[in-house]
Design a protein around this ligand. Structure first.
Ligand code: ZN
Length: 68
């Protein structure tokens, strides 16, 4: 869990239900847990804090990939 924020970064707590990213470790669908960071001082780029749906232990940042 990364709770600190930096200038130019907006962090929101929000569960993303329509997230379709995949775990880079095992390839299973990952769960977008809560944190979402959007840079405001550069190209539009969003990442989410994701965790693997399987207990492979992976967690980290993934690009925001949602069904639109
Ligand atoms: Zn995994």
């Amino acid at each position: 869990m990364n709770a600190h924020s930096s200038p130019g970064i907006i962090v929101r707590s929000n569960e993303i239900l329509n997230f379709f990213g995949k775990c880079p470790a095992c390839g299973y669908p990952a769960r977008a847990s809560d944190a979402r960071s959007v840079r405001t001082d550069g190209p539009l780029r969003a990442t989410v804090s994701a965790t693997c749906d399987l207990p492979c232990g992976w967690s980290g940042q993934l690009p925001l990939t949602i069904m639109t």
